[in-house]
Design a protein around this ligand. Structure first.
Ligand SMILES: Nc1ncnc2c1ncn2[C@@H]1O[C@H](COP(=O)(O)OP(=O)(O)O)[C@@H](O)[C@H]1O
Ligand SMILES: [Mg+2]
Length: 113
């Protein structure tokens, strides 16, 4: 089991979600977050000159997957549907998952996902 965490542009969320539905991904969680990457935000020009905005709205999407899903397919789909080619398109992180439990039934492991 793996956890995919990705940071994407808010306007790309629906496209990414719809494409993931198409390949059979069922559960996912999204968070409205603020963050920055290497550019440490964006520079804007106001009446009094230039200023930085360090906290930019992004969506964080969390998806737990089991062995029945090809991780590379999922990464491809996220990259295709979330990209504009400009800085700020986001990042994807992949983490190992030790265990999963469905609270209602006590089921454990891959089938929970
Ligand atoms: N090293 C990091 N740690 C935590 N969150 C990050 C990191 N890098 C990027 N993010 C998150 O991903 C979002 C998109 O990053 P992005 O600006 O595309 O990265 P970069 O400018 O480094 O290419 C950021 O707004 C932030 O929420
Ligand atoms: Mg950036």
């Amino acid at each position: 089991m793996k956890k995919i965490e990705c940071f994407i542009r808010p306007e790309k969320l629906e496209m990414v979600k719809d494409a993931l539905f198409k390949i059979g991904i069922q559960g996912m969680t999204m968070y409205e977050v603020k963050g920055h990457g290497r550019q440490r935000g964006i520079k804007l020009t106001g009446r009094t000159g230039e200023y930085m905005i360090h906290w930019i709205n992004k969506i964080k999407l969390e998806i737990f997957i089991n062995g029945s899903h090809e991780i590379d397919d999922i990464l491809d789909i996220i990259m295709k549907n979330a990209s504009t080619g400009a800085p700020g398109d986001g990042k994807i992180f992949i983490l190992p998952v030790d265990e999963a439990i469905r609270i209602r039934t006590g089921d454990r492991g891959e089938e929970v996902i």
